[in-house]
Design a protein around this ligand. Structure first.
Ligand code: GTP
Ligand code: SPV
Ligand code: MN
Length: 592
């Protein structure tokens, strides 16, 4: 590995001086490197190789380190208002001082790994380079899968190429002779996931889990990138990217923003139940979107792996994901079966005995689930049987449709379409969802999660709404059509009204036909909705009453929504764009 990059070398030296690792390892991204680190983790008992899945391993996290931690995530800007009311804020000087005292000596007894990585194919004009410094070999192996790591990135970086510095420590030094924990990390009140968007800098301390530790993902590709995108005139979004091909062979590209654990991976790999339709996955979590030479929005998936929710994934719900994770997969917080396989709730019949995610004996009559609700798989995207042949195309794919959504037990209909770009931005700005296990905290609480970016926007959310309006003005006639969906409406008895998963193609088909102008729509106060008979329900046995409920608009419930939207918008004060406020007035008028 060439080490001529003065700025990078200087930074590594400075961090090593502060964190005091025993050694420094520059990652080359090779299979040998991955195998060597994994072998060491197996030998120390941290990783369990899986007999049933070649080259696959199970990890169990510390029970308090199982998800992102929004309460410990900071956007640190010079002015508090630039982080906005939806982000935690501490002044940069103060936050850095606090974190420096935590970083001091935090890597003693460990190796400091230097991970040069690219978000986006190395030859993509949309790609960005980051360098993560970490003391976690688990993070190195996951970064190998999720990003492009190593030599080609160093070559592109050259002697003075730009990179985004990402510092990570699990925050658990080991003394000589001390037995290491199987998942070392710091206590909750010492965990920090900090972003300094004004200097494109990330400092994470104390957690080894997912979005807290794999810094290319939420920290770089969403929080830092969203702030860069605002400055530079592009978009960084919490969106899956999907190619749909209709029976006549016409292609449509869709990008959809749903909050964490609300269905992106599943929609991205959808197996259509309507004959003749084809879906191919470009990305399952993040989209970087730029205006192409023809004026259309083009999206790339900056990642090259999936860090997917395991529970609920089955051959019925998502066969493509099940086939993807047959080999070369890291499983975290899943259950281990007696024959050396993994298992989770919703995968299929429960084993008679397993070891649960906490390492305890488990039987089907146990009180607690065998896998954690936010158990995850990490797997290379290229293993997905429905990966789009153009998923690594440097210039990306042209987007025709934007979709917003969330998990709403009631009120939100199955699908509605925006009257205009501004109305669609209003739909994104007011998106709401019940919270999930992807964040540490209460599950099932209704909250606003604008554009599914509430935990990921690296600047003032009101300015982000303004950025969406400005991008729409630039897209002009090429602006994608905007829809809002809810797969999660329930009956009073608590059963899903919509079958979801592969049957979601029925809703996507309606969107495509709306674009082609081959189906009409009903004008309702909240937006355009399918006319009776326009949703293709061929082969689906859905009770009439359920369908009615899925498409029902309850005016009283929507008036209550308006009050909540007022409160939501109120937090932004004068910074809320007038065009967004106007949309709320229009909705109020339409509701009468
Ligand atoms: P992150 O990786 O956290 O960003 O999540 P995600 O948005 O990719 O969510 P994912 O597709 O992994 O789905 C999360 C959970 O929702 C899983 O348990 C799925 O089985 C379930 N789910 C996904 N799509 C549907 C659907 O159409 N209907 C129902 N009922 N459940 C769904
Ligand atoms: C999410 O929470 O939206 C995820 C998982 O995609 S994590 O990478 O842990 O943030
Ligand atoms: Mn996500």
């Amino acid at each position: 590995m060439t080490l001529q990059h003065a700025k990078l070398n200087g930074w590594v030296k400075e961090v090593a001086g502060l964190c005091r690792p025993d050694s420094i390892h520059w990652c080359d991204g090779s299979r040998e490197e991955y195998d060597r680190l994994m072998k060491r983790m197996v030998e120390s008992g941290v990783a369990t190789p899986l007999q049933k899945r070649p080259h696959s391993f199970l990890f169990r996290s510390e029970p308090g380190d199982v998800a992102r931690i929004e309460s410990r995530t900071y956007i640190s800007t010079a002015n508090r208002d630039d982080a906005g009311p939806t982000n935690n804020w501490v002044a940069p000087e103060e936050l850095k001082a606090t974190m420096k005292s935590l970083y001091a000596g935090c890597m003693k007894g460990r190796t400091l790994f230097v991970i040069p990585f690219s978000m986006g194919a190395v030859d993509s004009p949309i790609a960005k380079i980051g360098v993560e410094l970490t003391d976690s070999p688990y993070v190195v192996c996951n970064m190998h899968i999720m990003t492009r790591v190593g030599t080609t990135v160093m070559e592109k970086l050259g002697a003075d190429g730009e990179f985004i510095p990402c510092l990570h420590s699990i925050g658990a030094p080991v003394a000589p002779g001390q037995k290491d924990a199987s998942w070392p990390c710091a206590p909750l009140d010492q965990k920090y996931i900090s972003h300094f968007p004004e200097e494109n800098l990330i400092w994470s301390y104390g957690s080894g889990y997912g979005g807290n530790a794999l810094l290319g993902k939420k920290c770089l590709a969403l929080r830092i990138a969203s702030a860069m995108a605002k400055r530079e005139g592009w978009m960084a979004e919490h969106m899956l990217i999907l190619r749909l091909t209709n029976p006549a062979g016409k292609q449509y590209h869709l990008a959809a923003a749903f909050p964490s654990a609300c269905g992106k991976t599943n929609l991205a790999m959808l197996t259509p139940t309507l004959p003749g339709w084809k879906c191919e996955c470009v990305g399952d979590d993040i989209a970087w979107i730029k205006i192409g030479p023809d004026g259309r929005p083009y999206a790339i998936n900056p990642e090259c792996g999936f860090f997917g929710v395991a529970p609920g994934t089955s051959y019925d719900s998502n066969p493509a994901a099940m086939d993807t994770v047959k080999e070369n997969t890291i499983f975290t917080n899943c259950a281990l079966t007696d024959d050396g396989d993994i298992w989770w709730e919703g995968m299929g019949p429960a084993p008679n005995h397993a070891i649960d995610w906490k390492g305890r004996d488990w039987t089907p009559d146990a009180k607690e689930p065998a896998a954690h609700a936010n158990a995850r798989f990490t797997v290379p995207a290229r293993q997905c049987p429905v990966i789009c042949p153009d998923w690594e195309k440097p210039q990306g794919v042209p987007i025709d449709i934007f979709v917003f959504g969330g998990r709403r037990t009631s009120v939100m209909p199955l699908v509605h379409e925006a009257y205009s770009w501004d109305h669609g931005v209003f739909m994104g700005a007011t998106a709401s969802s019940e919270t999930t296990a992807a964040n540490i905290g209460a599950v099932g609480n209704l909250r606003r999660d604008p554009f599914a970016m509430q935990p990921f926007c690296g600047y003032n959310m009101a300015d982000y709404f303004g950025h969406w309006l400005a991008m729409g003005d630039r897209f002009g006639k090429h602006a994608p059509r905007i829809f809002y969906v809810n797969w999660f409406r329930k009956s009073p008895e608590g059963k899903w009204l919509w079958p979801g998963f592969g049957d979601n193609i029925r809703v996507l088909k309606w969107m495509c036909e709306r674009i082609d102008g081959t189906v009409g729509a009903v004008e309702t106060p909240i937006g355009l909705m399918p006319k009776e008979g326009d949703l293709d329900l061929t082969g689906l046995a859905i009770p009439d009453a359920d369908l009615k409920e899925l498409l029902r608009i309850d005016a009283d419930a929507w008036k209550a929504e308006i009050s909540d939207i007022e409160r939501h918008f109120g937090q932004f004060g004068d910074r809320l764009p007038a065009r967004i406020r106007r949309q709320l007035d229009d909705l109020r008028k339409r509701l009468g």
